[in-house]
Design a protein around this ligand. Structure first.
Ligand code: UN1
Length: 492
């Protein structure tokens, strides 16, 4: 029997009467990892009640003190990094160094946010009148819903939770169902750190039930969602019915451009990590390799050569370069795209199939796949979220930028060149929230804003200082100490 876990509401772990349950499974082995409550709309409502009740005392706690509590949670994560990293790997399939990297990203973000507790900067600006101060202060929004994906099951929840908490919000957290054990462990660190009851609540269960209940609850003032574009559209429109602040981080179709003058070895390491890290299941994953014609054959040859020794297997095994994809659904969708690519006439150069035989039969393994594709095919335009790379030939820098930009998404982008002018032109012209020069499309750091343009989001950024904007309201304050009525715009 797998271990049973409850919901975390108002500081207590609990299993509602007659609760339905679901399990998560290791995508490499099929092993059952835990049993979780399939939360109901009522459970979500109770969690919001707890968060609402806890809000006043939490917002009144001085922000530096909130920061100290956050730091304690970071300490717990540090102590548990190996265990938690292994849980990430076992529950969603990225290789162990990346599983631990996920936790490390959570730790770094919490540390960064805890120091924000000593800033939360407002402005003071001159008044047009005498004896009057004009300033802004940042205030929390209230109860925040954090709805998070399975691909970064400890980092992304913390991008939302730690940022919301430092600003004085309380949180109801709904993790992706297939990484519920990670969700439980994310919350336990805050519990151990001594967070007051109700400040952070966890409701596991289906998005269509728990997520929708949170978005529709008028007491929830902000929703921060990371996930697929279709779900994002649903979250946004449902939030709009309630005129609710909604932050979205959605898909990507990220290009790596390699120009004729590039350091090819470096670009090769970059594309292997960018395309096949986390089995291509990062929003920032490289899914298009745009090669200038002068290096096309050579670079493609180098890539195919390296893939011959690329090992796919159990992600807990040190020798393995790439683990499984996260679930049966993922596998089906990715294989569907491989099929579509073949049908559209893209030339399959590596992989292109489910791996079978021996231990592979217990999990969802797909061989790292490379297509020579023509820009415009579905595999070059739609987000696949798997280990599938489309290689596209272009004449020159101009065409590279045009192809790179001709997609609906705009999260990350990368260019390899030694030409300073072209790298700055790329920085200016690539339509993406993030541009890397001589580095892969993945690997953003937490102290900088993260997010994208076009259908990648709705204009906001998370992490970095933008995280504070995401979770605060600006209060504008005028203090008149003249002891008489002063009329702005009327007297001079
Ligand atoms: C994501 O895939 O949604 O930049 C987040 C990166 C990681 C975060 C990715 N630091 O690849």
């Amino acid at each position: 029997m797998p271990q049973e876990y409850g919901l975390f509401i108002d500081g207590k772990w609990e299993t509602p009467k007659d609760a339905k349950r679901f399990s998560t499974r290791n995508p490499a082995t099929g092993e059952e990892l835990g049993s979780f409550v399939s939360g109901s709309a009522k459970d979500a409502e109770r969690a919001v009640t707890a968060a609402t009740k806890a809000f006043r005392a939490w917002r009144e706690m001085p922000a530096p003190k909130r920061g100290q509590l956050l730091l304690r949670a970071a300490e717990v994560y540090k102590r548990r990094k190996d265990d938690l990293g292994a849980t990430v790997t076992q529950e969603m399939g990225k290789v162990l160094p990346e599983g631990k990297g996920d936790v490390q990203e959570a730790i770094e973000f919490i540390e960064y946010m805890s120091a924000e507790g000593r800033r939360l900067l407002g402005e003071t600006v001159p008044s047009e009148l005498r004896n009057k101060y004009c300033m802004t202060v940042l205030q929390p929004k209230g109860v925040v819903a954090a709805i998070t994906p399975w691909n970064f099951p400890t980092a992304i929840p913390n991008w939302k939770i730690a940022a919301a908490l430092i600003c004085g919000n309380t949180v109801v957290f709904k993790p992706a169902s297939n990484t519920s054990l990670c969700g439980v462990k994310v919350v336990r660190a805050y519990e151990e750190a001594g967070l007051p009851p109700g400040v952070l609540n966890l409701v596991t269960g289906p998005g269509g039930v728990v997520g929708d209940a949170l978005i529709s609850d008028p007491r929830v003032k902000a929703v921060s969602f990371t996930g697929g574009t279709d779900t994002g559209r649903h979250v946004y429109s449902k939030g709009a019915e309630h005129l609710k602040y909604v932050h979205l981080e959605l898909g990507g179709k990220n290009p790596q451009i390699v120009l004729n003058d590039a350091n090819l070895e470096l670009a090769l390491d970059g594309v292997l990590f960018g395309a096949f890290g986390s089995s291509g299941q990062r929003c920032t994953a490289t899914s298009r390799l745009i090669l200038q014609e002068g290096v096309y054959e050579k670079f493609l040859g180098m890539l195919l050569e390296r893939l011959k020794s690329f090992k796919v297997g159990n992600p807990m095994d040190r020798e393995v370069d790439m683990g499984p994809v996260a679930s049966a659904d993922q596998e089906r969708k990715i294989l569907g795209y491989i099929d579509a690519g073949t049908k559209e006439g893209a030339k399959l150069r590596a992989g292109g199939k489910k791996l079978t035989g021996g231990a592979y039969d217990r999990g969802f393994f797909i061989a790292p796949t490379v297509f020579e594709a023509k820009h415009g095919m579905r595999i070059t335009k739609e987000e696949i979220f798997g280990p599938v790379l489309s290689v596209i030939k272009v004449k020159d820098f101009e065409e590279a930028v045009q192809v790179a930009n001709d997609v609906d998404y705009g999260l990350s982008s990368s260019i390899y060149t030694k030409d300073v002018n072209l790298s700055f032109q790329a920085m200016e012209r690539l339509e993406a929230g993030i541009t890397y020069i001589n580095a892969p499309t993945i690997g953003a750091e937490v102290q900088l804003p993260f997010g994208g343009i076009k259908q990648t989001g709705n204009g906001g950024r998370e992490a970095g200082t933008s995280a504070i904007e995401e979770f605060t309201e600006i209060k504008t304050v005028f203090v008149d100490f003249s002891n008489r009525l002063q009329k702005a715009q009327i007297e001079g």
